[in-house]
Design a protein around this ligand. Structure first.
Ligand code: SAH
Length: 277
């Protein structure tokens, strides 16, 4: 998708006022800005986000290779108006180049989706950032992803919580993602090979669910497995025409509300592993 289609309708003046106010507030509170967070020189290890199964506090791994490229990618994401510091810091921390095939390594930090094999793609960085922001994850939240793909989005989620469940229908992708996440140190992610349409009933209910493949309608089991007060972010629409990223919220009474966020382009939610014999 083109960046133009994602640009928020916000005047430059209002952005300036918000930016200046944010800086004053940040200075008053003595906290660092997103720009500082995205700068490796001032970046500390991310704060613990929950606990590992062993009970040890969880901190995601830290990477320094290609940090300047990640910082440049974060600057591009900020041009869309995305200002969530925790999300920007996580985007500056996860080594996207480790999640793309070697042939695309040079383009790993371009704001574009890239092929990951089997006809699938790793999503555009801005979309990953926006979907993560929309989940409003609190430390310790339990989150489910449908469509592990490369494992990149799942790794992003571990910057907010250690309770990450992810389902991938294509067996070789599920296996590779699991190995990759373990090798890189994102071993708190639980990957399952299967049809994400059914969710992960044994681990339900979830505070947040993220779907990274497009469906015509939200699979009902996912709504059932969402906690009251939970948020589900998923693209809905047709495979080749207009798709919208949708936010589905379940309120305290269990009532479901939905609203479209931005137009997007995703690969379809499959009901069968195309690599299965
Ligand atoms: N989140 C991924 C990008 C995923 S692309 C990343 O960060 O790399 C969408 C993925 O959804 C593909 O890998 C595709 O195989 C998977 N998928 C499609 N239908 C699915 C289903 N029913 N259940 C689980 N995964 C599915």
């Amino acid at each position: 998708m083109t960046p133009e289609r994602c640009l928020p309708k916000k005047s430059p003046a209002s952005g300036l006022v918000v930016g200046v106010l944010a800086l004053i507030l940040a200075a008053a509170l003595g906290c660092s800005t997103a720009a500082e967070n995205a700068n490796p020189a001032s970046k500390e290890a991310p704060p613990p986000a929950g606990r590992e199964p062993s009970g040890k506090p969880w901190s995601p791994p830290v990477f320094t290779a290609r940090q300047a490229e990640r910082n440049a990618m974060v600057r591009v994401i900020k041009t869309y108006g995305l200002e969530d510091e925790a999300v920007l810091a996580a985007m500056a921390a996860v080594p996207r180049h480790e999640f793309v095939p070697a042939a695309f390594s040079l383009r790993a930090y371009a704001d574009t989706p890239l092929p990951i094999g089997h006809g699938q793609t790793i999503s555009q960085p801005y979309i990953v950032a926006e979907m993560t922001r929309q989940l409003r994850l609190k430390a310790g939240a339990k989150v489910l992803e449908i469509g592990t793909g490369s494992g990149y989005q799942a790794a992003m989620l571990t910057h907010f919580t250690a309770e990450v469940y992810s389902i991938e229908i294509i067996k070789p992708l599920a296996e590779e993602a699991q190995k990759r996440l373990k090798r890189l140190g994102y071993d708190v992610v639980k990957v399952r090979c299967g049809d994400g349409f059914y969710g992960w009933p044994e681990a339900a209910p979830f505070d947040a669910i993220i779907g990274t493949c497009v469906a015509g309608e939200v699979p009902p089991p996912l709504i059932e497995q969402l906690k009251k007060g939970g948020r589900l972010v998923i693209p809905l629409g047709e495979e080749v025409s207009t798709q919208y990223l949708m936010l589905i919220e379940k309120d305290a009474e269990g009532k479901v509300h939905r609203r479209p966020l931005i137009p997007v382009q995703f690969v379809p939610l499959l009901r069968k592993d195309p690599t299965a014999k």
